[in-house]
Design a protein around this ligand. Structure first.
Ligand code: CP
Ligand code: NVA
Length: 300
């Protein structure tokens, strides 16, 4: 049985297949008469709506379940929840605080498990991101995606997806917020190219995409003051965009997984300006979810 907890759960060829499925208009109704569990321990606008609508497009029936309702490892174990949901559903999609909960559910092989965001990874976002880069720039191969900010769940999945399709990711983060050794090893063993920078200006040249995400991910709210101090000078603003020019002299596009915080990690002028591709990127979340769910029916 196959699962998608992180981008490196699939080979580059499989990722290309998922991207292909996502990009094509589809008459796939392979979830006809089937349920898909959509379990959320954290809030969501894009992921919940795009996943539920992807299930509907594929002929299935999504059931939204809150973390409070099932109480993962409080009301019953993650394993018992997975076994229960697998009795009714063709797949278990879940957004969790602790990535190991997804590992434990997937290890049972009772239903395909899809990560809808964990503290470690956000693969459906990364697939939407590469769909956006392909739509905007024609290809991911040979492109440089520069991520400025907190090296987090979104960054990790983005780097793996961009790398699997032949692009390079640059990550610029302040001390303490860069990827650790484990990440560097994992990225290397996936064979993807990632470059690390401390100084923003060193990373901007020849970048095709400038990407950022919140400095305070869900679950890190208690660290807010400390993080705002650490990320001083890291806001993507108009002056930074002006310095971010691709190898062909073209201005970089700006991407953000959303939700965004104007005046923190990105200025309003950039987020809402001409370089921004945040709305096509958000729209691609539906294609991403549909591509992954279709692919799971092909391989399961
Ligand atoms: N980008 C993203 O995952 O958004 P939501 O948290 O609103 O689902
Ligand atoms: N890094 C953010 C992404 C939100 C979609 C978080 O985990 O909260």
């Amino acid at each position: 049985m196959r699962h998608l907890l992180e981008i490196d759960d699939v080979t580059p060829t499989e990722l290309e297949r998922i991207v292909h499925l996502a990009e094509q208009p589809s008459a796939d109704r392979s979830y006809e008469g089937l349920g898909v569990a959509c379990l959320f321990e954290k809030p969501s606008a894009r992921t919940r709506n795009s996943t539920e609508m992807a299930v509907v497009q594929l002929g299935g029936h999504p059931i939204y379940i809150t973390g409070d309702e099932v109480g993962i490892d409080r009301r019953e174990t993650a394993e018992d929840i997975a076994r229960t949901l697998a009795a009714y559903h063709a797949a278990i999609c879940a957004r969790v605080y602790d990535h190991s909960v997804l590992d434990r559910m997937a290890a049972l092989d009772v239903a395909p498990v899809v990560n809808l965001l964990s503290d470690q990874a956000h693969p459906l976002q990364a697939i939407a991101d590469v769909l956006t880069i392909r739509a905007e720039l024609g290809t991911v191969e040979g492109k440089i995606v520069t991520y400025v900010g907190d090296a987090n769940n979104v960054t990790r999945s983005l780097a793996l997806a961009v790398g699997a399709l032949g692009g390079t990711t640059r990550v610029v983060a302040p001390p303490g917020y860069q990827f650790g050794d484990l990440d560097v090893d994992r990225l290397a063993s996936a064979g993807v190219e990632v470059q690390f920078f401390d100084r923003i200006d060193d990373a901007l040249g020849e970048s095709d995409v400038l990407y950022t995400d919140t400095w305070i991910s869900m679950g890190q709210e208690a660290e807010r003051d400390e993080r705002l101090r650490a990320f001083e000078g890291f806001m993507v603003d108009g002056a930074m965009m002006d310095r971010t020019v691709g190898p062909d002299g073209r201005r970089a596009i700006f991407m953000h997984c959303l939700p965004a915080h104007r005046g923190e990690e990105v200025s309003a002028e950039v987020l809402d300006g001409d370089d921004s591709r945040i709305w096509p990127q958000a729209a691609n979340r539906l294609r991403s979810a549909r591509g992954v769910l279709s692919w799971l029916r092909e391989v399961t």
